[in-house]
Design a protein around this ligand. Structure first.
Ligand code: GAP
Length: 587
């Protein structure tokens, strides 16, 4: 069969496949849906479990320097004061003062407009002033009742000539929305009404703990899993007998009252995160222990962590680890970009932050972030809880003991200068050095943080293909296929008996199915032509299909093993089949 060039896949086609085949449903669909909330169906929840399992294995279980955590979703409200979420975790929001009263993120108004029916309508009329004027007086009354020119059609005459020359849908909206067409005005992308000035809106969901609805009982659903890791830092370190460098990983639900949840499961109000907080010694401690801090260059070997690594090497190491994980799990290197935030984009405490951005159908957007957050988080919790977040590092104390007074003075002088160059006070630097000389410091942290749902979306977008096939007789056909990595695919193997009415053949196929089902998620399908059964599995990303046919019984006992991507089949004995599938699926 010959493959023709495939058409570009759209998000709509994927969304429809995901609903039809049981990956993702709108939450509460029977009540009209609930914006920003999604349900994962039989295949979606298997796929999500596979993503989490793969992350957990690579980040926690396969490493000796990372421990796991499963903390509660609702934490003491003081947590969010310490983390800064109560004061600063907000989006600027505007509300439509016109007919629809819609709330939206002020920085997303134009994006929302670009996706809207209003934009499509105005675009179709660009340059045709007569058509625009008629629309304002007729259909515009229901499509955009908030627009100034819809409410004041007498104004159209004054701007008629201007309308002729407008070639941009944004400019047209602005012109129609205000008497003078002020460039700064942001009209409502839904009804054309005037928007309020942006105001900060906290993204945390509030709840009440206990039976009394009193402000003192307000608590919050966590907006990220990270803070519980910081709060449990000492407990985990002591109970697992770890010392920096070591990490704590957690997977769990997070909640953000996103003002405008959009782009399918990309930005939701309830989602899952996979976060690692990797605690490292401050560079100054490495300097005292190792005599130097390794310099990060283009040729630094980042495959195996080294004792002389400072934050820069550790940060780059985790960027590389995350990229390797993405590629291993089916996202090719060319499908994502690495964006290093510029100094003026970084949070004041952050040393560096890399966003891994994926080319989604709706634009290049953040998939996950890897931040070097200094000792900010643990310091804040120490300050707010009054509990020490310091570690005592015996080898560090011994290293300092061996230093002469001159060496200590030189170290102090250099460190104070470094801190001052970074805008910190000499007093803070000296207090830090005093503790360091006693072998004590608050660890710094590297934070690779990623979203399960966003990862699932990227993997689905990347996997989706509509192939135009032409058979030997010239018959054309479209094969929809999800090229998911075997580790991520919800079903690993489809098992089929060629026919239903031959008990020997049927029972053998059933036996193979049961055997494989114990190892990984398999699917039994006995209905319809074999070609249709393959197609049903291709569409949900099943990488392998096994068919028991007449040759299995009558010839050599072999079955056929079909590869989803190449559509090639090979004959293989049942014993070899299991070994081969183990290699292909479990790696
Ligand atoms: N602890 C750091 C932190 O939470 P973030 O950039 O706000 O950083 C990390 O979130 C990741 O969580 C994002 O890269 C994204 O994958 C996911 N994420 C954040 N908000 C989300 C939302 N509203 N819906 C889906 N995923 C989201």
């Amino acid at each position: 069969m010959e493959k023709k060039e495939a058409p570009k896949s759209s998000l709509d086609a994927l969304v429809s496949l995901c609903k039809r085949r049981g990956f993702i449903f709108q939450s509460s669909e029977i009540y009209g849906g609930f914006a920003g909330f999604w349900d994962y169906g039989p295949l979606g929840c298997e796929m999500k479990r596979n993503i989490k399992e793969s992350w957990w294995r690579a980040t926690v279980r396969d490493r000796e320097d990372v421990e796991g955590l499963d903390a509660s979703i609702i934490m003491h409200p003081a947590t969010w004061k310490a983390s800064g979420h109560l004061d600063t975790f907000s989006d600027p929001m505007s509300m439509c003062k016109g007919n629809c009263r819609k709330l939206m993120r002020a920085d997303q108004i134009w994006d929302i407009y670009e996706d809207s029916t209003l934009c499509a309508t105005l675009t179709s009329m660009l340059g045709d002033a007569g058509k625009i004027a008629t629309w304002c007086k007729t259909k515009g009354k229901s499509a955009a009742p908030g627009l100034y020119t819809v409410q004041h059609p007498e104004h159209l005459e004054a701007i008629f000539e201007t309308l002729k020359g407008i070639t941009d849908a944004k400019q047209l909206l602005i012109t129609l929305a205000t008497p003078a067409g002020e460039a700064e005005a942001l009209p409502c992308p839904n009804c054309g009404g005037v928007m309020t000035e942006p105001r900060p809106f906290n993204l945390m969901f509030k709840t009440i703990v206990g039976p009394i609805e009193d402000p003192s009982n307000v608590a919050y659903l966590r907006p990220e899993t990270a803070q519980a890791i910081f709060a449990e830092f000492s407990n985990v370190m002591v109970s697992s007998r770890q010392m920096p460098p070591f990490g704590i990983g957690q997977i769990g639900k997070s909640f953000r009252n996103e003002v405008t949840p959009r782009n399918y499961i990309f930005r939701s109000r309830e989602f899952e995160q996979m976060e690692l907080e990797f605690f490292i010694k401050p560079d100054e401690a490495i300097e005292l222990l190792e005599g130097h801090v390794a310099t990060l260059t283009d040729t630094t070997d980042l495959s195996v962590p080294q004792a002389d690594w400072g934050w820069e090497c550790w940060h780059k190491y985790w960027v590389e680890q995350r990229k390797l994980w993405l590629v291993k799990n089916g996202l090719p290197q060319e499908s994502f970009v690495e964006y290093w935030q510029k100094p003026d984009e970084l949070a004041h405490y952050a040393r560096a932050c890399v966003d891994i951005e994926y080319r989604f159908p709706f634009g290049v957007q953040e998939l996950e972030g890897i931040a070097a957050r200094s000792d900010f988080d643990l310091s804040r919790h120490q300050e707010h809880s009054g509990k020490s977040m310091e570690v005592f590092d015996e080898p560090l104390k011994l290293a300092v003991k061996k230093m002469s007074d001159e060496e200590k003075a030189a170290f102090r002088q250099k460190t104070v200068a470094d801190w001052e160059a970074r805008g910190k006070s000499a007093e803070a630097a000296n207090a830090f050095i005093d503790r360091l000389f006693e072998g004590r410091y608050i660890p710094h942290v590297i934070e690779p943080s990623s979203g399960v749902d966003r990862m699932a979306l990227a993997m689905l977008c990347n996997a989706y293909e509509e192939q135009h096939l032409v058979d030997e007789k010239g018959k054309e056909d479209i094969r929809t296929v999800l090229h998911l990595a075997p580790a991520i695919a919800p079903i690993k193997v489809g098992v089929f008996p060629l026919v239903k009415n031959k008990p020997e053949l049927y029972n053998l196929a059933r036996e193979i199915f049961k055997k494989l089902q114990r190892r990984y998620n398999c699917f039994w399908d006995e209905s319809g032509a074999i070609g249709r059964r393959y197609r049903r599995q291709d569409e949900v990303g099943t990488p392998f299909c096994v068919t028991v046919d007449f040759d299995t019984l009558e010839k050599d006992g072999t079955v056929t093993l079909r590869d989803r991507d190449t559509m090639q089949q090979e004959r293989i004995s049942v014993e070899d089949l299991i070994k081969k599938l183990d290699d292909l699926i479990l790696g």
